[in-house]
Ligand binder design. Structure first.
Ligand SMILES: [Zn+2]
Ligand SMILES: [Zn+2]
Length: 282
């Protein structure tokens, strides 16, 4: 029932149709991205990231918390745009009164540029997306410190001695691992150019039909495949995951159009998060 693609070292699984539902999980990062529909097997994940509060991305939250209660799980961490934090708490409080249960979450309000540690060397940085309501994208990255090249041959005891003496022997490196950019104008590629360098880029592609004008996508604060094709040479990602397709085309037609229209250099790196055949789920 769930769609699943392998993108570099990451598995992206879930379900996504523009305007209907989107909820994805990346097990290797232990994150759930959006909760437009409650997915049973996502309920044990402790970190949830909301891109924005449109119902196709957020309305399954109460149900997912209900499934967590069945599992005996406590309040998960909920990363979300700071502007919607209070309303999300209000909505959950109302649901809690309705269900006679507590709907606790530990919210982590985020603003563009905010970075939060997620344990070990993994971090998340929020970035601005361009939609009709407060919205964010999330860049997952690893921060590692490495010995400066000039000290690579230095014996460990000497390194330890110099370190103790306060010498600066290390250099910090950031590896952009996976970025999630949904419900946004293509302008996000200008305002967040690091997206071209993220190892994996999960990005919305609501419209793929060349008969549908790009302006249609822009009017709805969404992205058109033509806009990705126009910048095809700039994507340096190991893999791209396209998702959030409009239900105006069947999954088979979405696949056929993308495969036919993408230039070969991009086509081989693109994964399509959609059913292999048949209809959209539901
Ligand atoms: Zn959406
Ligand atoms: Zn939206």
């Amino acid at each position: 029932m769930l769609d699943e693609v392998q993108a570099g070292p990451y598995t992206v699984r879930g379900i996504s149709v523009g305007g209907v539902y989107t909820s994805l999980q990346v097990p290797e990062l232990e994150v759930v991205l959006d909760v437009g529909v409650p997915v049973r097997s996502f309920a044990g994940t402790e970190r949830i990231f909301l891109s924005h509060a449109h119902p196709d991305h957020a309305s399954g939250l109460g149900s997912l918390l209900g499934i967590r209660r069945l599992l005996g799980k406590g309040a998960p961490q909920l990363f979300l745009p700071a502007e919607i934090e209070a309303q999300v708490h209000e909505a959950l409080a109302v649901l809690g009164r309705l269900h006679h249960t507590s709907m606790d979450v530990r919210t982590v309000p985020m603003r563009p540029g905010d970075v939060k540690p997620l344990g070990h060397d993994l971090h998340v940085r929020a970035f601005r997306t361009h939609h009709s309501v407060p919205s964010l994208g999330y860049q997952f990255l690893r921060r590692v410190t490495k010995l400066r090249p000039e000290f690579l041959d230095t014996p460990p005891q000497e390194i330890a001695r110099r370190r103790k003496a306060g010498e600066d022997l290390f250099v910090a490196r950031e590896h952009l691992e996976l970025a999630y950019a949904t419900d946004t104008l293509s302008k996000v590629l200008e305002t967040e150019p690091g997206l071209f360098d993220s190892r994996v880029l999960v990005i919305e592609c609501t419209f793929v039909d060349p008969k549908r004008p790009v302006q249609d996508a822009r009017d709805r604060a969404h992205l058109h495949l033509d806009e990705l094709i126009a910048q095809a040479d700039r994507f340096r990602n190991e893999a791209l995951v396209l998702m959030h397709f409009s239900q105006s085309l069947a999954p088979h037609d979405v696949r056929a159009l993308i495969e036919e229209r993408l230039p070969p250099t991009l086509r081989e790196r693109v994964r399509i998060l959609a059913p292999a055949a048949g209809r959209w789920f539901g």
